[in-house]
Design a protein around this ligand. Structure first.
Ligand SMILES: [Zn+2]
Length: 271
């Protein structure tokens, strides 16, 4: 599923095909906002957290968010697409001879860069794919954002997915970072000490950054430690990995019940 590292790689792939080139084709059947003009120059392709931004010379920026379903493909003009055209949500042709096609993204909108950015961008926390996110001051900021964005009762797993705290983590790095730090993602945030909060976001940033150049995600010499490994033996202790789904989106969380400590609230605190 698309997480911050996926979007970072997507931007890197689209950039040479689009950046600096003139727009020759723009189709976006469900676009919110104005369309850029044909022939205007594409001035940048940028990943911000899990958003992909394409900047146009005339002052508009296209924002797509892939959520669980979307993907960007790159084709030569005239080349057959690997998905049906009716699933295309944005088609961007450039005079480089490339066509970038975004399939099934639920969010496709443009905004004027000289105005207020969309709320979803304005609220984003530090981008964990950038090396700067590992600076002490940025990690302090992330811990401070946890305090404002995650009320008591929020689980650590939910807080890790909150892009206002820090941008880039999805279900994979949520599960992997909690394993690396040895804490159960179901732990209520108020039971997670500040040093552990800092450690888990720092680990997630390192894991995301380590994987920017890789096609296969890896957080362990053998691949991923827990994500996607339900029922398989923990790579550290051999206990079968567990999986649970929660929330409206059925987000999956994987963890080792032996290596990862749950710090539950007492019954009195819970009520
Ligand atoms: Zn284990």
């Amino acid at each position: 599923m698309p997480e911050g590292d996926t979007l970072f790689r997507t931007a890197a792939r689209l950039r040479p095909a689009l950046e600096g080139h003139a727009l020759t084709r723009f189709e976006a059947p469900r676009l919110r906002g104005r369309a850029p003009a044909i022939d205007e120059r594409i001035t940048g392709v940028q990943a911000r957290g899990k958003h992909l931004l394409i900047h146009f010379e005339g002052g508009l920026t296209l924002r797509t968010h892939l959520r669980m379903t979307g993907s960007w493909h790159l084709y030569r003009a005239g080349e057959r697409w690997r998905k049906p055209a009716y699933l295309a949500r944005a088609v961007i042709g450039a005079d480089s001879g490339w066509v970038a096609v975004c399939f099934q993204a639920p969010v496709v909108e443009t905004f004027a860069r000289n105005g207020a950015p969309p709320d979803a961008l304005a609220a984003l926390g530090p981008d964990l794919c950038l090396p700067a996110s590992l600076a002490d001051a940025v990690l302090d900021e992330i811990v401070a954002r946890v305090a404002t964005c995650a009320p008591a009762g929020t689980t650590l797993g939910e807080a890790l997915l909150d892009q206002r705290i820090a941008a880039g983590i999805g279900n994979v790095y949520k599960s992997e970072a909690c394993f690396a730090v040895g804490i159960d993602p179901a732990t209520p945030i108020e039971a997670v000490p500040p040093a552990t909060r800092r450690a888990v976001w720092e680990v997630a940033a390192r894991q995301l950054q380590d994987n920017l150049g890789r096609a296969e995600r890896r957080t362990h010499p053998q691949g991923l430690a827990v994500y996607g490994r339900r029922g398989q033996p923990c790579r550290r202790c051999g206990t079968p990995i567990r999986m649970a789904r929660h929330g409206d989106l059925g987000r999956s969380t994987y963890w080792c019940p032996t290596c990862q400590v749950l710090r539950p609230l007492s019954t009195a605190e819970r009520s």
